[in-house]
Design a protein. Structure first.
Length: 434
């Protein structure tokens, strides 16, 4: 199979270059592209600066540069003409207004500034302030365009300036013009590098935000899977008890009626079918990994093991105080399991983020539910970084919401951290009706 290659002839190179220039600088040259204000996220640490208009700082900087160039050009022209000449002032504006126009129509501002700079020898001499106005416009365009546009603007500007100088001044200022061309090239290269750095930094920040979101969703799904596994164990236990009791109930009565036996048989069949369906749907979530499938099921923890949990935390150096209020009693297994996990996560957070602090755990038994409060003092030791952490509060909220409760977490006034939760109990039917 023959491969056809196209040779890069001079005409093709010139045609490609012209198409690029036409696309970048000619087509839609006067399109409206206003410079947007800075994003509010940049002023999170300095809210006062945002309130006084900090988001419009780039626009104010460009306006200040335009004012400086106007004053410099007027000062340069005052040495060759009468001060306060209205004609000179209008000529100066033709060179400095494109600087402001670059905020709205950057490519059109470049052509306007180039035309004003080319026309300036007709009304006087080449002025350095006027040339700086053109360079400023080129920098503003380069900061908002691809690097190819900066190269095209520089080549066009240098070519046009050299031609005008040779026609009007017989080329005697060419030697003086070369340093300005080199200086403008350095400034444009710096602007292109700054634009690339800004874009790369934005992409990194976007990727970090995306990774944080994915990590949060992953942690949330992991916590929900863990809750589902624990719920599976709790519900499966109760369904098994229902099936066994329904099967044994007819034998507790001598000569039970046939309807009663059939009803208990239906209850047992329904419980067994529900248990099988539950195991089919949620049974896969029981194990963390394939290795865990060889281990027997461990009993789910409850508040009776709270002292054991606290002793384990104390053994690693954290000072923990436990306070119980109200009449202690056995609560539904789901409530006790969620309460144990919330306290466990609160103590784990204190170990990671507040080493050397003192922790107080309060468990309040009330008529309508269970109240929890885990509060720690500020850390007294150096806090080690914990990559990938920060989603424990999300899991605790999931557990509280699963039971229809609520959970709040946040820093305290003295620099510590507090987690408060309330897990409601199921109300009797008569109370719900009332």
């Amino acid at each position: 199979m023959n491969e056809t290659t196209t040779a890069w002839t001079e005409s093709r190179i010139a045609r490609t270059a012209w198409q690029a220039v036409r696309h970048d600088l000619i087509e839609d040259a006067w399109a409206l592209r206003p410079l947007p204000p800075l994003r509010a996220e940049r002023f999170v640490r300095w809210p006062r600066i945002e309130r006084i208009g900090g988001r419009w700082l780039p626009h104010a900087t460009v306006a200040f540069l335009a004012l400086l160039i106007t004053m410099a050009e007027m000062s340069a022209r005052s040495t060759t003409s009468a001060p306060g000449n209205i004609i000179d002032f209008c000529l100066v504006l033709t060179q400095t207004l494109p600087v402001l126009l670059a905020l709205l129509r950057p490519v059109g501002a470049f052509w306007a500034s180039l035309a004003a700079t080319v026309a300036s020898p007709l009304t006087g001499e080449w002025g350095n302030p006027g040339m700086m106005a053109l360079v400023t416009v080129m920098i503003l365009v380069a900061l908002r365009s691809r690097p190819r546009v900066a190269v095209e603007m520089w080549l066009i500007t240098v070519t046009v300036a050299l031609l005008v100088d040779m026609v009007l001044n017989d080329g005697y200022r060419t030697v003086m013009f070369l340093p300005l061309a080199f200086f403008s090239a350095v400034l444009l290269a710096t602007a292109v590098a700054l634009r690339g750095w800004r874009l790369a930094r934005g992409e990194v920040a976007e990727q970090e935000t995306l990774v944080a979101d994915v990590r949060g969703q992953h942690s949330l799904l992991e916590e929900r899977a863990r809750i589902a596994r624990e719920l599976h164990d709790v519900v499966a236990h109760h369904m098994s008890v229902i099936a066994i009791q329904a099967e044994a109930a007819p034998y507790r009565v001598s000569d039970p009626p046939e309807e009663l036996t059939k009803s208990f048989g239906t209850i047992r069949s329904s419980a067994v079918e529900a248990l099988a369906e539950l195991r089919r749907v949620l049974g896969v979530l029981r194990f963390e990994s394939a290795d865990d499938q060889q281990l027997p099921d461990a009993p789910q923890p409850d508040l009776s093991r709270l002292d054991e949990l606290v002793d384990g935390v104390r053994s690693v150096g954290l000072s923990v105080e436990v306070a119980r209020f109200g009449a202690q009693r056995t609560l539904p297994q789901g409530v006790e399991l969620s309460a144990f996990r919330i306290i466990q996560e609160g103590l784990s957070n204190a170990l990671r983020h507040a080493p050397g602090s003192r922790v107080r755990v309060e468990v309040s038994y009330v008529l309508t539910g269970l109240g929890l409060r885990i509060v720690n003092t500020p850390p007294t030791a150096k806090v080690q970084p914990s990559p990938g952490m920060g989603h424990g509060v999300m899991g605790m909220r999931e557990r509280a919401a699963m039971l229809g409760g609520e959970l709040t977490a946040g820093p305290t006034a003295d620099g510590g951290f507090e987690v408060s939760a309330f897990l409601p109990l199921d109300q009797p039917a008569e109370e719900a009706t009332a």
